[in-house]
Design a protein around this ligand. Structure first.
Ligand code: FES
Ligand code: FES
Length: 161
């Protein structure tokens, strides 16, 4: 089937089998490999993308659902100031970024911070606890998201003054 959608701000049209997984389309058709292949069952989060504004596992999104959607991958998000806030916060808290779970933890952190400017540790754990990260403890992840929140507030305050 022919499918048109928006990917990282660009209009795209592809021909795909309706059941093809979004993760495979991103990696094979667009060479966007930031979303990693893990459980392929919607549980580990390492294949996350923003799908119509919500963080979603791209391994369980079939091609037919992409039609007329808007998708932002970690590559697209990495061009924004919001990405830099999170990366700086993670750095400050010594959160690892080995590349395997980055799409999941960074996009989920953004989803949380966009709705909650200063989340509690419990809220961060609830939001990010499901992301399968082999390198970072949840407590460091909480420190990183809190640091990112502070960095973002500072940046926005500076911009508004
Ligand atoms: S690979 Fe998609 S959720 Fe695990
Ligand atoms: S930073 Fe390595 S798996 Fe999460």
């Amino acid at each position: 089937m022919t499918i048109s959608f928006i990917l990282n701000g660009e209009d795209e049209i592809i021909n795909a089998d309706p059941s093809q997984r979004l993760i495979d389309i991103l990696r094979n058709e667009f060479h966007l490999c930031g979303a990693k292949s893990g459980c392929l069952a919607g549980r580990c989060g390492v294949c996350s993308v923003m799908f119509n504004g919500a963080v979603s596992p791209s391994c369980i999104i079939p091609a037919f659902r992409i039609k007329a959607s808007e998708i932002i991958t970690i590559e697209g998000f990495s061009k924004n100031d919001e990405y830099k806030d999170i990366i700086l916060g993670f750095k400050e808290a010594n959160v690892e970024n080995c590349g395997y779970c980055d799409a999941g933890k960074i996009l989920t952190a953004e989803s949380l911070l966009s709705q909650n400017k200063l989340p509690s540790r419990n809220e961060i754990t609830a939001a990010l606890g499901g992301i399968k990260c082999r390198c970072t403890e949840v407590s460091s992840l909480c420190d990183g998201v809190i640091a990112a929140a502070v960095i973002r507030r500072r940046r926005l305050n500076v911009r508004n003054n």
